[in-house]
Ligand binder design. Structure first.
Ligand SMILES: [Zn+2]
Length: 307
């Protein structure tokens, strides 16, 4: 078959129709876009939330549906959304919340964790996040083991599947090996001048990473002991009035101590931990990823008002 623009368009339309069997709502909105013109705009993942849950919508208002519609599985591979997904999983694994969810949601979250482990194994990044999740998962499994007459509460087949998934995730985590780059990769971190190391450390927003860096290498330790590093971290996380309330006009300041004092008083900037977060639209009660946006009734109303 000759590959022309028209052919490509037909293939695109056919693949959209195939997808429509899986997600009719997405297809409807895509059809709307096709009518508008040649540009095939992808509808960003979004999920309408109905506060009053009726029997008719119960199947579409649960956590598993939200996770599916918001495309969490591909979000795992997105470096901006990775930390947010980890925080959500940590929240659900802690405090036995996972076991209170419906079976389908439990399966979905474990499969998300498996994809996350795969992603960590491929990218060799965020190993500590995966380890923290595994510790939470193990303690959850351990406390569930003897919940009801010596066996976990709930379906035996479901737990059998869960155990297999947990074993797979553990296997992935155990087989991650970080290789030191060979001699052909230059320059190495140790070859960089101190100014470059300082510039790197000044971009770190988490004080625990600074402490870890100091214990890893003496040059980093000396940069981390500089007042400037902590002064800039304070400026990043806290506002001027917050800082003034702690300093009270003091001249001689230990910025590391001030940072920890402020951290205990006010907490760190939440948005600094997550590059990308979910937002809820006030107009259409729709959950969406902040950077991707969503098709909103407010936009439609404004275009109707100003044709
Ligand atoms: Zn909206």
């Amino acid at each position: 078959m000759k590959l022309t623009v028209q052919n490509c368009k037909n293939i695109a339309l056919k693949s959209n129709k195939l997808k429509a069997r899986v997600d009719p709502e997405q297809h409807r909105s895509q059809e709307g876009d096709d009518d508008k013109g040649d540009s095939v705009a992808r509808v960003p993942p979004h999920c309408h939330i109905t506060i009053k849950c009726t029997r008719e919508i119960a199947g579409f208002n649960g956590l598993s549906e939200a996770v599916r519609r918001l495309d969490f599985s591909s979000a795992v591979r997105d470096v901006r959304r990775f930390n947010y997904i980890c925080a959500l999983l940590e929240l659900l694994l802690g405090g036995q919340k996972l076991t209170h969810l419906p079976g389908a949601a439990q399966k979905l979250l474990l499969s998300m964790l498996e994809q996350l482990a795969d992603q960590v194994a491929t990218s060799k990044q965020n190993l500590n996040a995966l380890r923290a999740l595994l510790v939470a998962l193990s303690s959850l499994r351990e406390s569930e083991r003897r919940a009801c007459w010596g066996r976990p509460l709930g379906s035996r087949a479901l737990w059998h599947n869960h155990d297999h998934a947990i074993a797979r995730i553990r296997h992935i985590a155990d087989s991650i090996r970080i290789q030191e780059p060979g001699p052909e990769v230059v320059p190495k971190l140790h070859d960089l001048p101190e100014e470059c190391i300082r510039e790197i450390l000044l971009r770190i927003a988490d004080h625990r990473d600074l402490d870890a860096a100091s214990s890893a290498w003496s040059v980093m330790a000396s940069v981390c002991s500089e007042q400037r590093t902590w002064r800039e971290l304070v400026a990043f996380h806290f506002t001027r009035p917050q800082l003034d309330a702690v300093l009270k006009g003091k001249e001689d300041v230990d910025w590391k101590a001030v940072f920890h004092q402020l951290r205990k008083l006010y907490g760190l900037r939440e948005e600094a931990q997550f590059t990308e977060t979910l937002s809820l639209c006030r107009h259409c009660k729709c959950l969406f990823w902040r950077s991707l946006g969503h098709p909103c009734i407010a936009d439609q109303a404004s275009t109707l008002a100003n044709p």
